[in-house]
Write a protein that binds this ligand. Structure first.
Ligand SMILES: [Zn+2]
Length: 221
């Protein structure tokens, strides 16, 4: 086993060479500025590479990832990323992106004891508990799991809408749209939860519409 991970440095060299060959001057242009339009708040899962799956280059996507794409009102890490993205980079869109088959969501759903992360996943369990009267009507666990992934995106996007950072941006008339998406591990495709919010007045309606959408898909009629 290589202790200095030389193979990753080799891959890095190949990537840098290929990128520069494809687009001469790529890195020197990036030096001058980063002006991404988007802030991606997603899961840390290694199967969900943010830039790649929306086919965006370095410099085009500002990214924050944590286990189960949670937006917590007191998480200074996530809030700082959001504040910098909105106030300094002037991103126009914030997408909270969950994914199918999320291990964090599954652990939260099933009360699995994993370790320290259990405390973090309490936030997802809060989502489960809030929606349990409906969620429990889905009899099969895989469906509950998929539905909780989607509900979690909704709630975390709602939390994003309620941060002072986003509220202040809307108050001063800055254009910031919050989105809730779910990525399908099985097909590589993004699905829009229709939780799309461009100002404070739209929050409740967007949330209600998106929630109706989820319930309609999982328990039609
Ligand atoms: Zn995940």
């Amino acid at each position: 086993m290589s202790q200095n991970l030389q193979e990753l440095f080799d891959r890095n060299q190949q990537w840098a060479d290929a990128t520069e060959a494809r687009e001469p001057g790529f890195f020197t242009r990036l030096l001058k500025q980063q002006s991404p339009q988007y802030l991606w708040i997603g899961c840390a899962d290694s199967r969900v590479p943010a830039n790649e799956l929306v086919n965006l280059l370095p410099g085009e996507l500002f990214v924050h990832r944590n286990v189960a794409n949670v937006v917590v009102h007191s998480d200074l890490n996530c809030l700082s990323v959001m504040q910098f993205a909105i106030d300094e980079l002037k991103v126009k869109h914030i997408m909270v992106v969950g994914h199918s088959g999320c291990g964090g969501v599954k652990a939260a759903l099933t009360d699995a004891r994993v370790g320290l992360v259990d405390n973090w996943l309490r936030h997802v369990q809060d989502v489960r508990n809030k929606h349990w009267p409906w969620l429990s009507s889905l009899t099969e666990q895989p469906r509950q799991m998929d539905a909780l992934c989607e509900l979690n995106v909704l709630e975390q996007a709602l939390n994003a809408c309620q941060t002072t950072v986003v509220r202040d941006a809307w108050l001063r008339g800055q254009q910031v749209v919050v989105h809730g998406w779910v990525y399908g591990l099985h097909n590589g495709l993004l699905k829009d939860m229709n939780m799309t919010v461009a100002n404070a007045a739209e929050v409740d309606e967007a949330y209600a519409r998106a929630l109706d959408g989820i319930k309609g898909r999982y328990s039609p009629g």
